[in-house]
Design a protein around this ligand. Structure first.
Ligand code: SF4
Ligand code: SF4
Length: 332
């Protein structure tokens, strides 16, 4: 990304936030720390504009944890940066999909980075992708990360993969185990899927990462300056991508013009647990069904099982029991 495109995107984002509001500025890739100096410069620029505009800045970055340059380390150690490191749990599981150009797995480097961050007292989250070929190792992967001192884990379903019915059965079994691990790890340990369901069950506000901005509150700027409603849809950033928003980051003063859409699957209107469901993630819907408003059976199952299992493990702790019973009745 050019410095000009980065600065312009930040200017437009700052112009799109009301005074007193918050700008979440996320860097992602590829690998953003390949351009660590540029990232640092853009965060400083955003901080300066945010202070002038009277808004708060919450910068974030997701890294694959493989870079060891001084500049990359300096960015990771910025105290106000919300840092995520991608690591898929067990080394063998991680190395299946995350390899260097020479074909070698990257788990050793990533786990070393995680260890160094821990030693430095740096708070961070680990992003763990759940795939059909790794779903049976989900619980072991969570335990592996926890044994290395990781407290906050964000699970992400591989929605691009083909999930066979046997994989879906294994996903449900893995979620049952993971929910128990989540419960046993409270209050220090966090796993996003169950945190979010617990918040919804308790009628607490869900954190911002569980709310979908998708073109209405969230805009992704590709390295080319092309605009998308969510970073996960940038992909190869092809000019004919159906998910590209019109225009370019250099043309315009703010990001106000794109309307939000709502979930439209008729099954969801009648669903008893709709208020606990997070299939408002429109890019997941789009990837699975080609329609940003319509989840498929896999996403629906993920929601229903995480909801049911969160309720189950919390009920054992006598928390939220009234709500839990009504949820379980809805699911039975
Ligand atoms: S589509 Fe999904 S990933 Fe994208 S902004 Fe919405 S919730 Fe986030
Ligand atoms: S649980 Fe399934 S049916 Fe219910 S709102 Fe979510 S996606 Fe729709």
């Amino acid at each position: 990304m050019s410095l000009e495109a980065g600065r312009r995107g930040i200017e437009r984002a700052v112009n799109s936030v009301r005074s007193g509001g918050v700008l979440e500025l996320g860097f992602f890739g590829g690998e953003p720390l390949l351009e660590a100096d540029l990232v640092a410069e853009l965060i400083d620029y955003a901080q300066q504009l945010a202070e002038t505009a009277g808004i708060s800045l919450r910068p974030g970055l997701t890294t694959n944890g493989t870079l060891r340059t001084a500049a990359a380390w300096a960015v990771m150690m910025r105290s106000n940066l919300d840092l995520s490191v991608s690591c898929d749990g067990l080394p063998d599981t991680h190395d299946r999909h995350r390899r260097a150009l020479n074909g070698c797995g990257s788990s050793e480097r990533v786990l070393d980075t995680i260890g160094r961050l821990r030693e430095a007292g740096r708070d961070f989250r680990v992003m763990m992708v759940v795939r059909p070929d790794s779903v049976t190792q989900l619980a072991l992967g969570i335990e592996c990360l926890r044994a290395r001192g990781v407290r906050q884990i964000d699970l992400a379903l591989d929605v691009w993969a083909a999930w066979e019915s046997s994989d879906v059965v294994q996903l449900e079994e893995a979620l049952i185990q993971a929910a128990t691990l989540w419960r046993n790890g409270l209050p220090d340990g966090s796993i996003n899927w169950f945190d979010e369901k617990a918040a919804r069950l308790a009628s607490l506000p869900v954190n911002s990462s569980a709310r979908c901005g998708f073109g209405d509150g969230e805009i992704a700027v590709a390295a080319s300056g092309n605009l998308y409603p969510c970073e996960r849809l940038i992909g190869e950033d092809k000019s004919d991508s159906p998910m590209r928003l019109t225009g370019h980051v250099l043309d315009g003063d703010d990001f106000f013009q794109w309307p939000a859409s709502e979930r439209s699957d008729p099954a969801c209107f009648a669903c008893d647990i709709a208020s606990h469901c997070n299939t408002t993630c429109r890019c997941n819907n789009y990837i699975r069904t080609g329609n940003v408003e319509q989840p498929d059976a896999l996403l629906c199952l993920l929601e229903r099982v995480t909801c049911r299992e969160t309720a189950r493990v919390l009920c054992k702790s006598s928390l939220f029991c009234n709500e839990v019973f009504s949820i379980e009745e809805s699911l039975s």
